[in-house]
Design a protein around this ligand. Structure first.
Ligand code: ADP
Ligand code: MG
Length: 499
């Protein structure tokens, strides 16, 4: 009997020890896996570091690269393309003008009516149409016939049909693909992007193709301006506020343009304009500098992209990519531990996590981060995420967006530095300790990432103030324009009209 009791007691003790060891083991394991994911987060935060000191280096690098791109063809990763836009709408324009915009999310047709008062656009009609898939890889004639028909229908539908009988109208064409301009109204397509591939168009004059299609439809309309979306934004910005000197697009992609003195465009010696300036399309998405805070996720994203080593700045900044950077960090964490469950296959799919969804997670204010849980479940197939892990996801979003927004701020200030409008006297100027008087400087901004993502906007504005200092920052105004990429083209068509 006694032996039995002892035996049972020993067995119970052994079982208790095993259970206890299990619990302790699991706790140790648990702590280990949290430590590993926190390390992933810390590394991300360190690699994304954007101190004011580092941002100032980016400002300087941007200004230096701009200089180099203006000095010689291929002198910098910044192409610094001439736009031949040397006079911006001043508000005196009158009449009805049209614009077409190809290269945004949708194809857009629009008209504006002007009566000669700055800021007053009497009427503004716009129609958005998807480009039928088959036309994106068809022939130039097919695509441009579709575009011309859409314009004709738009005119027939609107109240504008009789205006055409009154005489010829002008049209601005926003064509957001790389083109080599030879004048304000002509440019040759260098290559297609964004899913278009129409071989017979490459190397041809874009305006000519459109003009011929308009003629075929019997439209008495002349294409007087060929621009890209940044230039349109600059034109509308300048129309609404004459202190506007630059424009930045922060949407699916990112780009900027600004007004440069023609004598600073060294690669085009002898370039002459009556105004003495020209808008330069920077193609800043391709900016690169060793001062940019780059992570292993950026390197992988670039490697997996169809255009490696291209558009490096854009890949750290724009709406096309931010969500995917976040996805890559979550994927890394799920490889290091099981805090996101046993691994979902959807987490490995490139671009499933879009930037608007990332923004929703980032801006989730519910105490239990309900939206984060929903998006992780519905989009990434990650079920049952503990609150602690959801909080980590919010921190990842915060880190990725904060870096992007602060880099845009540095980019903008690089432009202002090049223009001598950052309060330091510019790169060529003599730097004095006391700041040069700042002029009121307006930058027109457009794009869904900036306008729809509040945290992005706040980080950007905060960084501008940090870099410039509060007093100088008061002189720099970021002003959102709406549909400038389209309306600006119509305005430029008006100001370059020969009527
Ligand atoms: P596009 O770049 O095609 O001309 P937009 O300027 O409107 O169009 O930008 C659209 C892009 O803006 C989207 O691809 C997306 O990346 C980003 N975006 C749109 N809405 C949001 C949002 N709510 N939060 C974050 N990013 C957004
Ligand atoms: Mg756009």
């Amino acid at each position: 009997m006694g032996r039995v009791v002892v035996g049972v007691a020993v067995s119970v003790a052994v079982v208790a020890c095993i259970v206890a060891a299990g619990v302790v083991g699991r706790r140790v394991q648990n702590r280990g896996k949290w430590r590993r994911v926190v390390r992933v987060l810390k590394e991300l935060e360190e690699d994304c570091e954007t101190s004011v000191g580092r941002l100032k280096q980016v400002v300087d690098a941007m200004a230096v690269e701009m200089h180099a791109g203006l000095a010689s063809e291929g002198g910098s990763k910044l192409k610094m393309l001439l736009t031949f836009v040397d006079n911006l709408p001043d508000g005196k324009e009158i009449g009805t003008h049209y614009a077409l915009h190809l290269g945004g999310t949708n194809f857009r047709v629009l008209s504006i009516q002007l009566e000669g008062n700055r800021s007053s656009i009497l009427e503004h009609d716009v129609e958005r149409l998807p480009i039928p898939q088959h036309l994106m890889t068809s022939t130039g004639n097919d695509l441009f016939d579709f575009i011309a028909s859409s314009l004709k229908e738009f005119i027939d539908k609107g109240n504008n049909s009789e205006v055409l009988r009154g005489g010829r109208r002008d049209l601005g064409f926003t064509f957001s693909f790389p083109t080599k301009q030879t004048s304000i109204s002509s440019g040759v397509l260098i290559k297609w992007t964004k899913g278009f591939s129409i071989e017979d168009m490459v190397g041809r004059d874009v305006t000519e193709c459109l003009q011929q299609a308009l003629n075929r439809k019997g439209l008495n309309i002349r294409v007087t301006a060929l621009i890209n979306d940044t230039v349109g934004t600059l034109a509308l910005g300048h129309y609404q506020d004459a202190d506007t000197v630059a424009a930045v697009i922060i949407g699916t992609g990112t780009n900027a343009c600004y007004l440069e003195r023609t004598d600073a465009i060294i690669k085009c010696q002898g370039l002459h304009t009556t105004s003495g300036f020209m808008a330069i399309n920077m193609e800043w998405g391709n900016f690169w500098s060793s001062h940019l805070p780059r992570t292993s996720y950026d390197i992988d994203l670039d490697f997996d992209s169809p255009n490696p080593n291209d558009q490096g700045f854009e890949k750290m900044i724009s709406g096309m990519y931010l969500g995917d950077i976040v996805r890559r960090v979550i994927l890394q964490m799920s490889r290091e531990s099981d805090i996101f469950g046993s691994g979902s296959s959807r987490l490995s799919m490139a671009f499933v996590l879009t930037t608007p969804l990332m923004a929703e997670m980032h801006e989730d204010e519910s105490p239990d981060l309900r939206e984060v849980a929903r998006i992780l479940r519905d989009t990434l197939g990650i079920l049952e995420v503990p609150l602690k892990a959801r909080k980590l996801v919010v921190r990842i979003c915060n880190t990725v967006t904060r870096r992007a927004a602060r880099l845009v701020a540095a980019g903008i200030l690089g432009i202002l530095k090049k223009m001598g409008r950052d309060g330091t006297g510019g790169i060529a100027g003599v730097r004095s300790r006391s700041a040069v008087n700042m002029k009121r400087t307006v930058v027109a901004v457009e794009g869904g990432l900036y306008t729809n993502y509040t945290m992005f906007r706040e980080f950007l504005l905060e960084a501008l103030t940090e870099i410039l200092g509060e007093d100088n920052a008061k002189h720099v105004i970021l002003r959102v324009t709406e549909d400038g990429s389209g309306i600006g083209a119509a305005l430029l068509a008006a100001s370059h009209s020969s009527n």
